[in-house]
Write a protein that binds this ligand. Structure first.
Ligand code: ZN
Length: 240
């Protein structure tokens, strides 16, 4: 009996962490209340959304990313990003966002791709695991904090010339070497990862320890899963 209750509690806690409800009225052509474009709130943060192009583990634009290139976040996450950028600026570093809000339809696209035999991006993005291993290793799930508007995939750039800082791997290198504190990288690369983590943590984010680039806002606000496609000219839903 005792252990059965334990599993009930685990199930509830697991669902609180992963089963964010979908809002009853999904906005299709407007920004949800309290969401914003990252460049409106954190203009110094650079953006290069990897899922809008071919340089990602699928090798083509992902569903939901074909109609816009501006990063979108819940406003409190974008404000936290601005705080992180301000902390890094005196050290000579800036931020580059690779992914922010991710429509739930993109997660479905990933899962559908995982069931196909297409492995053309394997050598660059998942050299040591299978496509099923991407899910088994928890690099990707069927839901994501990205769809709640509170997560970013992010790296450091040198402010003086815009070059990306050497972090010992690229976005979505789905490999053990991408663990933030991996022993498989150089001391300097680890230092760079920890510099990013320090600033992001101070600003209110938490890192996913298996992916040095993935951060999500730590807060108690309710989370909702969204699936509206990216567009660069969305107006706030409230003003429609
Ligand atoms: Zn991520």
């Amino acid at each position: 009996m005792k252990s059965r209750w334990k599993w009930v509690i685990y199930a509830v806690l697991g669902c609180l962490a992963q089963c964010a409800p979908v809002p009853s009225s999904e906005p299709a052509g407007c920004l949800p209340t309290d969401w914003c474009y990252v460049d409106d709130v954190a203009p110094s943060v650079r953006v290069d959304l990897k899922y809008t192009g071919n340089d990602n583990f699928v090798g083509r634009p992902i569903a939901g990313y074909t109609t816009g290139k501006r990063a979108i976040l819940r406003r409190d996450a974008a404000e936290a990003l601005a705080r992180a950028a301000a902390l890094l600026q005196p050290q000579g570093y800036g931020l580059l966002v690779w992914d922010a809000y991710r429509p739930a339809m993109a997660m479905k696209d990933f899962r559908a791709w995982s069931r196909t035999p297409d492995d053309r991006m394997k050598s660059k993005f998942y050299p040591h695991i299978s496509k099923q291993g991407i899910y088994d290793g928890k690099y990707i799930g069927d839901t994501s904090e990205h769809s709640w508007g509170i997560a970013v995939d992010i790296t450091l750039v040198h402010l003086k010339d815009g070059r990306e800082v050497d972090m010992g791997g690229h976005h979505d290198l789905l490999d053990v070497s991408s663990a933030t504190e991996s022993p498989l990288i150089t001391a300097e690369q680890r230092e760079n990862r920890l510099r990013l983590r320090h600033a992001m943590q101070k600003a209110g984010f938490r890192n996913y320890s298996k992916e040095w680039w993935h951060y999500f806002l730590t807060d108690s606000a309710p989370h909702f899963t969204y699936s509206f496609p990216l567009k660069d000219d969305l107006l706030p839903c409230a003003s429609r």
